[in-house]
Design a protein. Structure first.
Length: 58
């Protein structure tokens, strides 16, 4: 699915809300201070104990 540039984001999950928040914060820092930021996507939570029901940390 292609999302048009400038579309309003209304995420419904914690992950989506966190993602949009960090994108907006990065845009604000670029506009105010000239700081460029990059995001790193981690495939799952890293933990000392294995997850009980599968997940994305295989």
């Amino acid at each position: 699915m292609v999302v048009p540039k400038g579309a309003i984001h209304r995420p419904t999950t914690r992950s989506g809300i966190s993602n949009v928040t960090s994108e907006l914060l990065g845009s604000s820092e670029m506009a105010c201070y000239g700081l460029d930021s990059r995001e790193l996507r981690v495939p799952g939570l890293i933990s000392a104990t294995p997850p009980s029901g599968g997940g994305t940390t295989h």
